[in-house]
Design a protein around this ligand. Structure first.
Ligand code: HPA
Length: 275
């Protein structure tokens, strides 16, 4: 991770939007980008205008930062994320979390698309991430220690904030939406898993599998932000369904689930505003 690039990015946003004072961050993963439309947007900036962030290179990731607001909560929305598998290191993956923390946000909500492993998880379901398993080849905090990210040996026994999680559940309940909880496992990608890997991940305790989120969650928790995560289950993980997995299936399922995802987040934001 390159600290000077991270700082340059934050300064770019601070200089462009001097009044920006986010309370919350929202990172929108595969297929989630359109959720931003439900917020009231003040300003936007393309990722390629933010040094170090670059353009998001994956279909379904808009690559735009929005300075937004809903229910009186100023929010920075990252429409699209950068991934480890893009091969450009941790800097663009860590940047949104660095920016949120250095611009004074208290919380970050991470969203993603995931393959369902647990039997009761079906395409279109939403799952609150209760805990995670890092199956990526590296930890983004490896390397020279930087106090910005808290202690050298960060405790990760409660990465996902219990109070935020309870508010997401309360929002779902108020809407009459079904929502699950589960353990998300991140592999590096970009290949999908083999059926044998999925069976192994199940034995480890994983309920859903994807290629993201865990690095940001580890970084945000270490830096002292309150973290929550929501997966949209877009497909049965490899071997559970006999069909081959495709990215089109992922974006089609999130498109169908979009009204539900928007409603949930807006109601959750109201819960946040109520304290
Ligand atoms: N595996 C990994 N990443 C994913 C999947 C999956 O099955 N679905 C959506 N993202």
């Amino acid at each position: 991770m390159k600290r000077d690039i991270l700082e340059h990015a934050s300064e770019t946003v601070r200089a462009a939007w001097p009044q920006c004072n986010p309370v919350c961050g929202l990172i929108l993963g595969s297929g989630w980008s359109d959720v931003a439309e439900a917020f009231s947007i003040r300003e936007t900036m393309n990722y390629d205008e933010i040094p170090g962030l670059g353009a998001a290179g994956v279909a379904g990731h808009a690559g735009r930062l929005c300075w937004a607001e809903y229910a009186g909560i100023e929010t920075l929305i990252f429409q699209g994320r950068r991934h480890w598998y893009e091969g450009v290191g941790w800097t663009p993956v860590a940047l949104p979390v660095f920016m949120l923390n250095s611009l004074g946000a208290e919380s970050v909500i991470l969203t993603n698309a995931a393959g369902g492993i647990r039997e009761d998880l079906h395409p279109g379901d939403l799952m609150i991430i209760d805990d995670h398993i890092n199956n990526m080849p590296e930890n983004p905090l490896a390397g020279p220690h930087d106090d910005f990210w808290g202690l050298r040996f960060a405790d990760q026994s409660t990465v996902y904030d219990r109070s935020l999680t309870a508010k997401i559940e309360a929002a779902a309940m108020a809407l009459g939406q079904h929502i699950s909880r589960g353990v998300y496992l991140a592999s590096s990608g970009p290949t999908y898993e083999t059926p044998a890997e999925v069976r192994a991940f199940r034995a480890w305790g994983a309920d859903a599998v994807g290629m993201s989120t865990v690095p940001e969650a580890m970084l945000a928790n270490a830096a002292g932000l309150n973290v929550a995560g929501i997966s949209c289950i877009t497909n049965y993980a490899a071997g559970i369904s006999k069909e081959p997995l495709t990215h089109e299936e992922v974006t089609e399922t999130t498109a169908k689930a979009m009204p539900k995802m928007k409603e949930l987040l807006l109601t959750f934001w109201k819960e946040l505003a109520d304290g």
